[in-house]
Design a protein around this ligand. Sequence first.
Ligand SMILES: Cc1cc2nc3c(=O)[nH]c(=O)nc-3n(C[C@H](O)[C@H](O)[C@H](O)COP(=O)(O)OP(=O)(O)OC[C@H]3O[C@@H](n4cnc5c(N)ncnc54)[C@H](O)[C@@H]3O)c2cc1C
Length: 103
Amino acid sequence: MTFEQELYEIVPELKQAKMLHQELVNQKNFSGYPPNSYAERPETSTNIPNLVFAGDWVKMPFPCGLMERAVSSGLLAANEILHREGLQRRSLLSVNPEGLLQI
Ligand SMILES: Cc1cc2nc3c(=O)[nH]c(=O)nc-3n(C[C@H](O)[C@H](O)[C@H](O)COP(=O)(O)OP(=O)(O)OC[C@H]3O[C@@H](n4cnc5c(N)ncnc54)[C@H](O)[C@@H]3O)c2cc1C
C-alpha cells in the first residue's frame, strides 16, 4: 500500500513494528478548495437582515482553511450580528500576506 511505503520512508524504524490493525478510509466529505472557487463563495454578510453565513466554505478576507476557517468565519458572522445590533465588533487578529499570497 502506498501510504504504508511512504510511512516507512519517513519513519524507517516502524518497519519493525507489529501492525495490530489498519483501516483505509476513503471518504468524499472533506472540505474542498479547488482553484478558482474563491469567486463563487458567498461572503459572511448578505442583503437579508437576519441571514449571515459561517462555515469552511464561506469567502474569507484573510487566508485560513478547514477548522480554522470554520471558526474564523463564525467569528466574522458573530461580529456582523454585533454590528447590526449596534454593538462593538471584536478585533480579529490574522496574518497580513503580501505579494502572491495577497487575497
Ligand atoms: C475526515 C476528516 C478529517 C479532517 N481533519 C481535519 C484536521 O485535521 N484539521 C482541520 O483543521 N480540519 C480537518 N477537517 C476539516 C474540518 O472538519 C472542517 O473544515 C470543519 O469541520 C468545517 O466546519 P463547518 O462548521 O463549516 O462544517 P461541519 O463541521 O461540516 O458542520 C456542518 C454541520 O451542519 C449539519 N447539517 C448539514 N446539513 C444540515 C441541514 N440541512 N440541517 C441541519 N444541519 C445540517 C451537519 O450535520 C454538520 O453537523 C477534516 C474533515 C474530515 C471530513
